[in-house]
Write a protein that binds this ligand. Structure first.
Ligand SMILES: *Cc1c(COP(=O)(O)O)cnc(C)c1O
Length: 448
C-alpha cells in the first residue's frame, strides 16, 4: 500500500487567517503591567511591534485577509501536502487512519515561515529596516532570516547557546539568508551580561534570548519579532489547519483526534484551531491534543498564572501555563520545545478542558520518530517526535479497542538539520530528564 498524497491547487490556498479569539467561550485574560497590575493596552507593544501586528494581536474579526504579497511568497511552498500514513498504519497494525500535514516543504523546513513572512511584511509596510529575534533550535531564526531578505529587511538573531553549538548548519542557513547571528547569552546586552555574571557557562534559554533581542530592538530603533506564543503568530499558522480541513474533505474524512507538539503553541494552534472552530460552532467534538517534553512540562505541570514572557522580566505579564520565567530547561534536543511558558490562548483552552495536554520523555519520542521515519521516509524534527509518540499511542489504543479512529497530526518540520540528535539517540546517549517539582516551586516563587 502506498502513502496517499492529497494536494491542493495553488489557487485553493486560504485567502484568510482564522482568528479564534471571538469564538472562544470565555474571556481571555489581558496582558498586565508588572508594576501596576493593570491591563496594558496595545500601546504597550508599540516599542517592539509595528501597528499592523498589534492590530492583529487584538483583532476581533474571525477572518483576517492575507495580503496579496504574502500569498505570493507563501506560494513558494503552499499549499503543503497532506499524506495518509498508510505504511505507518500497517507497521502499527492499526485500524486507525493516520494523516499528517507536512510543513517540512517550506524554505526552512518548518511551519515557521508561515508567520515570519507576514511579520516581515507588516514591519516593512511600517517603514522598519531591521528586525531582531531569538531562536532556539534555529528554525525560527532561519525562517525570519528568509522572510527578512524576501521583504528587504535586515535581521539580527540571538541563538540559544546550547543550540548554537549543536546546530551549526542552522546558523549557516541564517547567514546564507543574510542575517547576523550571536550565541545567547551574549555580552552585547544588559540582560545577557546579567546572566553571564551569575552563570558564565549558561546554556542559554529562549527566555534569555528573548530578553536580549527585545533589549536590542528597544535601544536601537529596530523592531522585534516573536516566532510563537502570541495571538497573531497562532493566527498566521492557521493556514495549516484550513488547508488540512479541505484536504481531509478530498479524502472523504474528518478527524476524531488532532495532535501537535507544543513549545509556544503556534504549530499546534495552527493545525488545531480550524477544527476547534467546528467544535465550538457545530456539533463536532474532535479531541485536540498538545504534546510536550516531560523535561519542560509547561502545560502538564506548570501553573496557570501571570508571568513574564522572557527571562529578564521585560515583557508585560501574560496569563498562561508557566514553569516560572527563571526556569532554564535542560538542553534536550527538541530545542523548539524549551520554553517556560505557552500561548495564553492555548493555555486558557487547556485550563478550560477544551484542549488536552500530555508529556513524554525524549527517548520514547525518538523511538516513535524512528518508527515513523522508517515507514514514511521522512525524518521528523525532534520536536515533532513528541506528536508522533502520541499518535502512535492513540493508534495502538485504537487497535486494542478495535476502533477505526481518524487521526490528524502536524508534521511541522523535518529533522535533516538534527542528525546529531538522532546520532546520540542511536548511540544510547540520550537522558530522560523529568522536571523536579521542587524546581517548579522555586521558579514559581520568583514570579512577582
Ligand atoms: C519552533 C518549532 C516548534 C515549537 O514551536 P510551536 O510554536 O509550539 O510550534 C515545534 N516544532 C518545530 C519543527 C519548530 O520549528
Amino acid at each position: 500500500m502506498e502513502r496517499t498524497k492529497y494536494l491542493l491547487d495553488e489557487k485553493r490556498m486560504p485567502e484568510s487567517w482564522y482568528n479564534v479569539a471571538p469564538d472562544l467561550p470565555f474571556e481571555l485574560a489581558p496582558p498586565i503591567a508588572p508594576d501596576t497590575r493593570e491591563p496594558v493596552g496595545p500601546e504597550a507593544f508599540e516599542a517592539i511591534f509595528p501597528k499592523g501586528i498589534i492590530e492583529q494581536e487584538v483583532a476581533t474579526e474571525r477572518f483576517v485577509e492575507i495580503p496579496e504579497e504574502v500569498r505570493e511568497i507563501y506560494a513558494l511552498w503552499r499549499p503543503t501536502p497532506l499524506f495518509r500514513a498508510r505504511r505507518l498504519e500497517k507497521a502499527l497494525d492499526t485500524p486507525a487512519h493516520i494523516y499528517y500535514k507536512y510543513e517540512g516543504v517550506s524554505p526552512t523546513g518548518s511551519h515557521k515561515p508561515n508567520t515570519a513572512v507576514p511579520q516581515a511584511y507588516y514591519n516593512r509596510v511600517a517603514g522598519v529596516e531591521r528586525l531582531t529575534t531569538e531562536t532556539g533550535a534555529g528554525q525560527w531564526g532561519s525562517s525570519l532570516a528568509f522572510a527578512c531578505q524576501a521583504m528587504g529587511l535586515e535581521c539580527t538573531v540571538y541563538m540559544v547557546r546550547v543550540s548554537y553549538g549543536q546546530k551549526p548548519y542552522r546558523r549557516i542557513m541564517m547567514e546564507t539568508f543574510g542575517a547576523e547571528v550571536f550565541p545567547s547569552p551574549t555580552d552585547r546586552t544588559g540582560a545577557g551580561r546579567a546572566v553571564l555574571e551569575e552563570s558564565p557557562d549558561s546554556p542559554g534559554s529562549l527566555g534569555i534570548a528573548i530578553s536580549e533581542a527585545v533589549e536590542d530592538a528597544v535601544t536601537s530603533g529596530a523592531k522585534y519579532s516573536l516566532g510563537s506564543v502570541l495571538n497573531h503568530v497562532l493566527m498566521h499558522q492557521t493556514v495549516i489547519g484550513e488547508e488540512a480541513l479541505e484536504q481531509l474533505e478530498m479524502a472523504g474524512e474528518y478527524p476524531d483526534v488532532v495532535v501537535g507538539c507544543a513549545g509556544g503553541g503556534s504549530n499546534f494552534g495552527g493545525v488545531a484551531f480550524p477544527f476547534l472552530r467546528d467544535n465550538l460552532t457545530t456539533d463536532r467534538n474532535t479531541r485536540l491534543i498538545a504534546v510536550e517534553p516531560s523535561s519542560c512540562p509547561t502545560l502538564t505541570k506548570g501553573r496557570f498564572t501571570y508571568d513574564f514572557g522572557d527571562a529578564a522580566g521585560m515583557t508585560p505579564m501574560m496569563k498562561m501555563y508557566t514553569l516560572g520565567h527563571s526556569f532554564v530547561p535542560p538542553g534536550i534536543h527538541a530545542g523548539g520545545l524549551r520554553y517556560h511558558g505557552d500561548s495564553p490562548i492555548l493555555s486558557a483552552l487547556v485550563n478550560e478542558g477544551l484542549v488536552e495536554a500530555r508529556a513524554y520523555p525524549q527517548n520514547a519520542t525518538f523511538a516513535a520518530g524512528l518508527e515513523f521515519a522508517k515507514a514514511e521516509g521522512i525524518i521528523p524534527a525532534p520536536e515533532v517526535t513528541h506528536a508522533i509518540k502520541a499518535v502512535r499511542d492513540l493508534a495502538v489504543e485504537a487497535r486494542e479497542a478495535g476502533e477505526r479512529k481518524t487521526i490528524l497530526f502536524n508534521l511541522c518540520g523535518h529533522g535533516y538539520f538534527d542528525m546529531a540528535a538522532y546520532e546520540r539517540y542511536l548511540a544510547g546517549d540520550l537522558k530522560d530528564l523529568e522536571h523536579p517539582e521542587e524546581e517548579i516551586e522555586r521558579a514559581i516563587a520568583r514570579i512577582p
